[in-house]
Write a protein that binds this ligand. Structure first.
Ligand SMILES: [Fe+2]
Length: 345
C-alpha cells in the first residue's frame, strides 16, 4: 500500500488558507478513517471484578445521598475510549447501580435504551411505563427509549444491578436527552405474566398487542429453565444459547443492542467467531474464562468484561462439575440494521 502525503508535506500558508475556509485535506487522514482490512477499535478488552468494585459502590452509598445522585452508579468505563467518555464500547455504556433499602430513584424517561441485569439483593423494583417489575438476581428488565421508569426498594439489603445502555451511540448522534417526571401510577398487567409460555401470546378478541415493547421483564428463572431444557434436549448442541426477543415479533428485544443468555456445559470450551459487533460478558452463575486475542479474563459470579468487535473469543467454563451461565450484550441489532454486520470464520 503506497504511502499517502502527510499534512506536514503541505505548505503552512496553504494549510492556513484551508483552515480559514473550514476545509481539510482528506489524504493525510484517509488511512486512519479507512484502515486496511479491519477496523482499529478504541475499545480495549477490559475486565471489571465485582468483588473489587462492590466496596467502592457501597461507599458511594455513604458518600452520596440519592437526592445528590439521582442514579447512584459507578460506570464501567473502557480506558481505550478515555474513562471520562464513559463507554464500554463504541455503542455500549455499562454501569453498576446501587439502591439502598427505602430509597427511590425518581421517574424519568430518555432517548437512550436501557436494560438492567440484576446482580444482587431482593426487594427492589423498577416501574416501567406503569408496569411494576420486581428485581431478582439474573432478571433482565427493559427500559426502552421514551418509557417512564423509576426504581424503588422495599427490602432490607442493598440491591445492585448492571445497567446496559446504548448511550454512547445516541449521544454521538446528538439525540440524547432526558425528561424528569412524576411518580408513576402502577397499572394492572405484567408482560412476564402475559408471555409466560413460549409460543403463546395474548389475543383478546383475536387481536395481537401493538406495543413496541410488550415484555419488559424477563425473569432469570424462565431463561435459566429454557437453557437447561434446551441443553438436555440437545446434548449435541453447541452452544446452548437463547436470545431475549420481543415475543410478538421475534425481533431483538430492543432496537440497538442485543441480549442473550448462554449456558456453558460442565468443562466446556466454546469458540466464538470474530464478529463485527463489540460484546459484553457477565457471569450470572458459575465462572468463565474469556480469552480475546492475548487477553485472558477469569470471571467469577457478577464479574463483567467487554471485547471489541472483529475479535475471535474463546469461553471456558471454570466449573467441570456444573454448568455456568453467562449474560451477553452486544451491538448486533445495530450492525445488522446498518448493514455493516460481519462474521469472519
Ligand atoms: Fe434512566
Amino acid at each position: 500500500m503506497n504511502e499517502l502525503g502527510r499534512l506536514e508535506d503541505l505548505p503552512q500558508s496553504y494549510r492556513d488558507e484551508l483552515t480559514a475556509l473550514n476545509l481539510v485535506p482528506l489524504w493525510p487522514s484517509l488511512r486512519a478513517v479507512l484502515p486496511p482490512g479491519k477496523p482499529r477499535p478504541n475499545t480495549k478488552p477490559t475486565f471489571w471484578s465485582y468483588q473489587a468494585l462492590r466496596p467502592l459502590l457501597m461507599r458511594a452509598g455513604e458518600l452520596t445521598p440519592m437526592e445528590k445522585a439521582e442514579r447512584r452508579v459507578l460506570v464501567l468505563a473502557n480506558p481505550g475510549h478515555g474513562l471520562e467518555n464513559m463507554k464500554a464500547s463504541a455503542a455500549i455504556y455499562l454501569g453498576m447501580q446501587l439502591l439502598l433499602p427505602g430509597e427511590w430513584a425518581p421517574s424519568h424517561r430518555h432517548t437512550p435504551n436501557a436494560v438492567r441485569m440484576i446482580v444482587e439483593g431482593e426487594g427492589a423494583y423498577t416501574t416501567v411505563d406503569g408496569e411494576k417489575c420486581p428485581m431478582s438476581r439474573g432478571d433482565l428488565i427493559l427500559t426502552p427509549t421514551g418509557l417512564w421508569h423509576e426504581h424503588g426498594h422495599d427490602g432490607t439489603e442493598p440491591v445492585v444491578w448492571l445497567d446496559v445502555l446504548d448511550l454512547p451511540l445516541v449521544y454521538f448522534l446528538e439525540a440524547s436527552y432526558a425528561i424528569e417526571g412524576q411518580r408513576q401510577t402502577v397499572k394492572p398487567g405484567r408482560g412476564d405474566q402475559a408471555y409466560a409460555a413460549a409460543g403463546i401470546v395474548p389475543t383478546p378478541v383475536f387481536t395481537r398487542s401493538s406495543k413496541a415493547y410488550p415484555m419488559l421483564r424477563y425473569p432469570w428463572a424462565q431463561a435459566r429453565a429454557a437453557l437447561v431444557a434446551l441443553g438436555a434436549d440437545r446434548p449435541d448442541l453447541d452452544p446452548v444459547q437463547v436470545s431475549y426477543v420481543n415475543p410478538e415479533t421475534g425481533a431483538a428485544a430492543q432496537n440497538i443492542l442485543g441480549f442473550y443468555a448462554l449456558m456453558l456445559r460442565p468443562g466446556q470450551t466454546l469458540q466464538l467467531p470474530a464478529r463485527s459487533p463489540a460484546s459484553v460478558f457477565h457471569v450470572i452463575e458459575g465462572g468463565a474464562q474469556v480469552q480475546a486475542e492475548e487477553h485472558h479474563f477469569t470471571l467469577a459470579e457478577a464479574d463483567t468484561c467487554c471485547v471489541p468487535g472483529y475479535t475471535a473469543i474463546t469461553l471456558r467454563n471454570l466449573r467441570s462439575d456444573a454448568p455456568s451461565f453467562v449474560f451477553i450484550a452486544d451491538e448486533t441489532p445495530l450492525h445488522k440494521k446498518l448493514g455493516v454486520f460481519e462474521e469472519r470464520v
